[in-house]
Design a protein around this ligand. Structure first.
Ligand code: ME8
Length: 519
């Protein structure tokens, strides 16, 4: 539920082309964005989380033709496949936008008219090397003829054909100085820095006007006032972020609340579209700019690029079925520093599952909770006076909220998880040193104190790990006697559990990964 006094937080993923099937790279972006959205909700924000599908353009039209379908039939079918992947990954979006939604046509035409009224759109002619895959024109120098006699782009290695058409243009060349001033004024407009730097150098080399309409096919949003043209797919695609906030009704409650967006989460291959074209379009239309473009790296399968022809495209659902949803979410956010490229393979996932989850976390929870069940009548034990060791470990747990918040504010998920797991490691050492199973025979009060302290650390960790592992943490918080609702929000972190709280019988949260028996 939203309340009027909550600060808004608007976050988006890129919208996926629904011409293929969802793969692990898409899943990675959805999971990271979802963790961020959940984090902000738990931290008291009124969150709007937008994701969806990018359904126009030549690539979609051609994919449909290949299957003997109308473009709309193809995207209707495939949007459902993407929605199913979101469901399998536990993605808590507020809206799944499809660029064929009626309100999105209205938004795209409205921003076009604003840019036109500002004098930034003119009609001319375009000729150049066009890549269907990239939906982009390339200069001769950016292409190369390969052994098969065909011409490809150097950067993306996709085929190009010579194309000439009447086209509307956007005066991007007018925006070079304004963009550079923006980057200077907001050094964290793009992140991480090394990826943002690539964008900045690109702009410094100079910007040409951008062709923003097509006449060679009709699968797109019609250009207002000239329906021979459809909009270049990126004009309409980027506008989805405005549609999601209620544009063009700029006086509407959602728009006033959520625009400008706080973070657009995107992959490194589309940073120019988001950090150059998008702010230029928005400046032209007189709209506020998003606060941050977070550019993540690419994931590959064991060091090899995922591709249909190599047969190594893994469906997110299969991954989740094999390892478990929380395990998959944890693995991706812990393993790869967000922004960097990363790789995944079976051994790395099993390693994280067994060391970080089963040993470090699951064992501590299971051992302490079963001792409480057996020796403290299934209730949170009553602690005695805290020793310096107790206080030190509790202080470490309590410091985690600020550390985690600082890391999440920069989408440094692996850093947040590293800090939390550091405290878990220290708590394991504390537990081993205090040896409550020995105290059980020698000093019951001290045993109760040690168990109380351990449960407190687990409670704080479980609250903070919810954005990444919502399912397992809900189970653990239940086992720790924390009801759903306020007790699981971040505001509850400094509020210690009341001794005597009844606990249900403990259930293991993180079993070890067992290799399936050979058939
Ligand atoms: O680019 N690893 O759609 P898309 C990590 N429709 N991320 C990956 C990846 C990989 N191997 N492969 C792709 C588009 N991605 C446009 C976006 S937004 C207004 C329009 C990421 O389906 C990619 O970087 O090709 C992008 O952020 C997202 O998946 C969708 O890619």
């Amino acid at each position: 539920m939203t309340s009027p006094d909550k600060s808004p937080f608007y976050i988006t993923t890129a919208i996926t082309y629904p011409n293929g099937v969802p793969h692990i790279g898409h899943a990675y972006e959805y999971i990271a964005t979802d963790a961020m959205a959940r984090f902000k909700r738990l931290d008291g924000y009124d969150v709007m989380f937008l994701t969806g599908t990018d359904e126009h353009g030549l690539k979609i039209a051609q994919a449909a033709e290949k299957e003997g379908l109308a473009p709309k039939e193809l995207v209707d079918r495939n949007a459902e496949i993407y929605k199913a992947a979101h469901a399998a990954l536990g993605i808590s979006y507020d809206r799944f936008i499809r660029t064929t939604d009626a309100d999105h046509y209205a938004a795209s035409q409205a921003i076009w008219k604003k840019m036109e009224a500002n004098g930034d759109i003119y009609l001319s002619k375009y000729e150049g090397w066009y890549s269907v895959r990239d939906e982009a024109y390339y200069g001769e120098d950016d292409t190369v003829v390969k052994e098969d006699g065909a011409r490809y782009t150097k950067e993306t290695d996709t085929p190009v054909t010579w194309t000439a058409e009447e086209s509307y243009f956007f005066r991007l060349s007018n925006y070079q100085d304004k963009l550079l001033a923006l980057y200077e004024a907001q050094p964290e407009f793009g992140a991480p820095q090394y990826r943002f730097n690539e964008v900045i150098s690109f702009v410094k080399r100079g910007l040409e006007d951008l062709s923003i309409s097509r006449t060679t096919f009709d699968w797109g949003v019609p250009v207002p006032g000239n329906d021979k043209h459809v909009m270049y797919v990126w004009v309409d695609a980027l506008t989805n972020y405005l549609t999601g906030a209620g544009y063009p009704d700029v006086e509407s409650e959602p728009f006033r609340k959520y625009w400008p967006a706080d973070v657009h989460v995107i992959g490194k291959d589309i940073s120019r579209f988001h950090a150059i074209y998008w702010p230029a379009f928005l400046m032209s239309a007189g709209l506020e700019l998003p606060k941050r473009i977070m550019i993540h790296g690419f994931l590959n399968n064991n060091g090899v690029k995922m591709s249909k022809s190599l047969g190594n495209v893994v469906a997110p659902e299969d991954f989740v079925a094999q390892y478990g949803l929380d395990q998959v979410r944890f693995f991706f956010l812990r393993e790869v520093p967000f922004g960097a490229d990363g790789s995944y393979n079976h051994e790395a996932i099993v390693g994280r599952m067994n060391s970080d989850l089963a040993n470090n976390f699951g064992n501590l929870a299971q051992r302490s909770l079963s001792m409480v069940a057996k020796n403290c009548e299934g209730q949170v034990p009553v602690p005695g006076a805290f020793t310096a060791e107790d206080q030190a470990i509790l202080a470490q747990a309590n410091a985690l909220l600020d550390q985690t918040r600082a890391a999440f504010d920069k989408q440094e998920f692996s850093r947040a998880l590293e800090a939390i797991w550091g405290v878990l490691g220290d708590t394991n050492a504390y537990f081993a040193e205090q040896a409550p199973w020995v105290l059980r025979k020698t000093d019951v009060e001290r045993m109760q104190t040690v168990l109380y302290v351990t449960l407190e650390v687990l409670r704080v960790v479980a609250i903070l790990a919810q954005p990444v592992m919502p399912g397992a943490m809900a189970t653990l918080l239940g086992a720790l006697g924390q009801p759903e609702g306020d007790a699981r929000q971040f505001t509850a972190i400094p509020v210690p559990t009341v001794p005597g709280t009844s606990l249900p019988a403990p259930v293991p949260v993180f079993p070890k990964y067992e290799e399936p028996a050979e058939a």
